[in-house]
Design a protein. Structure first.
Ligand SMILES: Cc1cc2nc3c(=O)[nH]c(=O)nc-3n(C[C@H](O)[C@H](O)[C@H](O)COP(=O)(O)OP(=O)(O)OC[C@H]3O[C@@H](n4cnc5c(N)ncnc54)[C@H](O)[C@@H]3O)c2cc1C
Length: 421
């Protein structure tokens, strides 16, 4: 397959764009592979890519029940950052951010990674202390962070409601300049195309309906397109995790499925140069402006368990209220569309990249609503776990058995209430 280049763009531009090859093949599933990754979202596709790129595995397949990128990877609000506090999370997300910084070159695909900076607002002296602590922790870990005063914010983002009577009075913010956004579906397409180029079979419309075991060893999967054998099977199915782990007989998982909605406005002229977010009791909101001009924003979960990819009106009202409280100028902007994804909320708010009790069966889940930014590092570490049958050093602490051993990684300190993480 040809690489994308200035030359190919120029040539196709001059010859009517008739010579572009399809981005990836559409192969029939083989009867057997060396490894199968279930789920053609960001994490499944990046895992397959790094299995091939880092570990030389070529006889592998990604099985996707719908179309590539139709799940959360194509539904999220695209915020990428590494402003974590706890040791394991900090290293993992910073590694991910470094992979993002070279991802378009790595994949030969423009994922439109835009390091425009992310600002978390704070609204009380106590929250300022917490933000200062976070910024200091980040700096101690060699991750840049800046504390901003209200006056600095007023020049950087003039459209916010800075009045003392605002519903969420703004005292300042914490900025990570290297954070930003990326084009979500380009990330899926970029990994898909790059994996296909390395020989990975990407099989769409292929739902896994059963997991085959011989004793305590996985031997393959049943699918809507027949039985496919493999000695290694990795599950990267986000909000559908518990359906798949039930098929494998893994027992009760520390995961709940919740829905999260996202919203996009009509396109506007440039209005917002940063990603802006805040979270406090009674309000949770994040907003950025896409390259097409739409304001992309969201808030809290719908707060009840569901596998449905659509949300409900109370959250629409809540998010619209937060939007108006923060940026009153949005009042006359029309909403273009909104949708929902199914989140894999874990008991401590952190992800799971792990071997399981079944030999050859591996688990990648628990991303809550922050897994998009983890896409490159998740694939890297999960591929390593699958290829070597041992945890990668960056994800060893994120094993499934941490819940049995009482070693939760609870960034928010919320305890085992998945919808609060
Ligand atoms: C509205 C919203 C906003 C978000 N905002 C952000 C954000 O700003 N920043 C951030 O970092 N994260 C964000 N997230 C979270 C992030 O999108 C997810 O954590 C991440 O995309 C999950 O991993 P994935 O891409 O592999 O999941 P998915 O794309 O959901 O992939 C899982 C795939 O598995 C497939 N599948 C399921 N069951 C089967 C089966 N039986 N057989 C075969 N295939 C199957 C599904 O069809 C799906 O394509 C957001 C999520 C949503 C919904």
């Amino acid at each position: 397959m040809n690489r994308y280049s200035w030359f190919s763009v120029l040539k196709e531009g001059l010859t009517g764009h008739k010579g572009w090859p399809r981005a990836w093949r559409d192969p029939e599933p083989k009867p057997a592979y060396d490894a199968i990754v279930v789920g053609g979202g960001g994490h499944g596709l990046s895992t397959a890519y790094y299995l091939a790129r880092n570990h030389g595995m070529r006889n592998i397949a990604v099985l996707e029940k719908g179309y590539l990128g139709g799940g959360n990877v194509g539904r999220n609000t695209t915020i990428v950052r590494s402003n974590y506090m706890l040791p394991y999370s900090t290293q993992f997300y910073e590694f991910s951010l470094k992979l993002w910084e070279n991802l378009s070159h790595e994949l030969n695909y423009n994922v439109m990674f835009s390091q425009r900076g992310q600002i978390g607002l704070f609204h009380s002296p106590a929250a300022r202390d917490a933000a200062a602590r976070r910024a200091n922790t980040m700096r101690l870990n060699d991750i840049e962070a800046e504390l901003l005063s209200r006056e600095q914010l007023m020049t950087m983002i003039p459209h916010l409601d800075y009045s003392a009577s605002a519903r969420f009075p703004i005292l300042g913010g914490i900025l990570q300049r290297r954070a930003g956004t990326a084009r979500h579906d380009a990330v899926a397409w970029g990994y898909a195309r790059a994996a296909d180029r390395l020989g990975v079979d990407l099989i769409q419309n292929c739902e896994v309906t059963g997991i085959l075991r011989q004793g305590n060893r996985v031997t393959g999967v049943e699918t809507t397109r027949g039985t496919i054998l493999a000695p290694k099977v990795g599950l990267a199915v986000a909000g559908n995790t518990t359906l798949l782990t039930d098929m494998a007989g893994l027992g009760r998982m520390p995961i709940e499925s919740h829905k999260l909605q996202a919203f996009v406005s009509e396109p506007l002229k440039p209005l917002l140069d940063y990603v802006v977010a805040f979270a406090l009791p009674g309000g949770h909101f994040y907003i950025s402006q896409s390259d097409k001009g739409g304001l992309v924003f969201g808030g809290d979960l719908d707060m009840y368990n569901s596998y449905a990819q659509k949300g409900n009106l109370p959250v629409v009202e809540d998010v619209a209220g937060c939007a108006m409280a923060l940026m009153p100028c949005l009042g006359r902007v029309r909403l273009l569309r909104h949708w929902s994804g199914v989140m894999d909320m874990s008991m401590d708010g952190s992800h799971i990249i792990s071997k399981t009790a079944v030999e050859g069966l591996y688990l990648n889940t628990g991303w809550c609503y922050g897994g998009f930014k983890a896409t490159p590092a998740s694939g890297w570490c999960f591929a390593s776990t699958m290829a070597k049958d041992e945890p990668h050093e960056l994800t060893a602490a994120f094993s499934l058995d941490r819940f049995e051993r009482g070693l939760a990684i609870d960034e928010k300190g919320q305890g085992p209430t998945p919808n609060l993480h």
